[in-house]
Design a protein around this ligand. Structure first.
Ligand code: KIV
Ligand code: NA
Length: 278
């Protein structure tokens, strides 16, 4: 299978083919996502929450993103991999922004980067795209600004907010973004933005009218995430329960001396044992 490209993703929007995006953070999650046929893997800075145990994405560093992206790319060599630029790595000079984006591509081996924000980051988006770095936008609820937003609230509920988000989306497209994540916006607004853009929208908590969908791996699979269940997430498996049960059984069996059994163990040939021990 050939990896998706920015132009293939645009074509999928034109053809009305839904785009599937899944987050992954390491070799096995990436390998399984590729095997399942997802179009794009996002190495999200949600890894701060679901893998590193922070209570937000803010502590995540560019070194964290590079380290995890490298393992994802090894697990999914035939998938288009996009990596989040973490908190405050694209708000300084354009020089510094480009250097950080370049590190994610050269050291992390990502094919594209994702930046949160609207018109205020369009200079950064334009600088990256002009340097040959594909950029995915991300508007609506932007978790890196959670302390400014003041909680996980639906965005764009009134006409003034909705107009701002539409303007942000159009500005990102103009700045060269190849796709835009819409997080926690009303389905009406998501539909409106999706129709107004020629680049695909990727929704999370943004209804069925987006051109694609994204979910966080650990949320979608019930994998040890301590985050309260969210209405917009569908849990497709309960991996956490299976892991908990398996680990408990392992502990019980070792304590009870029912693991390992002879079939898990290795024995010398009798004559070798004689030779060694007389
Ligand atoms: O970090 C992440 O996983 C994301 C997606 C939820 C879009 O940004
Ligand atoms: Na993110």
């Amino acid at each position: 299978r050939k990896p998706a490209t920015t132009s293939k993703l645009k074509k999928m929007k034109q053809d009305g083919t839904p785009i599937t995006v899944m987050t992954a953070y390491d070799y096995p999650s990436a390998m399984l996502s590729e095997e399942a046929g997802v179009d794009v893997i996002l190495v999200g800075d949600s890894l701060g929450n679901v893998v590193l145990g922070y209570d937000s994405t803010i502590p995540v560093t560019i070194e964290d993103m590079i380290y995890h992206t490298r393992s994802v790319v090894r697990g999914a060599p035939s998938t288009f991999v996009v990596t989040d630029m973490p908190f405050m790595t694209y708000h300084g000079s354009l020089d510094l922004t480009l250097r950080n984006a370049a590190r994610i591509m050269q050291e992390g081996l990502a094919k594209a980067v994702k930046l949160e924000g609207g018109q205020e980051i369009c200079a950064a988006v334009e600088a990256c795209t002009q340097a040959g770095i594909p950029v995915m936008g991300h508007i609506g609820l932007t978790p890196q600004s959670i302390h400014q937003i003041g909680g996980f609230k639906i965005q764009g509920k009134n006409s003034e907010q909705a107009q701002k988000l539409l303007d942000d989306a159009l500005a990102l497209e103009k700045a060269g973004a190849f796709a835009i994540v819409l997080e926690l916006v009303t389905e009406q607004l998501a539909q409106h933005i999706s129709e107004a853009l020629s680049i695909p929208t990727i929704g999370i908590g943004a209804g069925p009218q987006c051109d694609g969908q994204v979910l966080v791996f650990h949320d979608a699979l019930g994998y040890g995430s301590n985050i309260a269940p969210k209405r917009f997430v569908k849990t497709y498996a309960d991996i956490g329960a299976q892991i908990r049960e398996g680990l408990k059984q392992y502990v019980d069996e070792v304590k009870g001396r029912s693991f390992p059994l002879p079939e898990h163990s290795f024995r010398m040939e009798e004559d070798v044992a004689d030779f060694l021990y007389g």
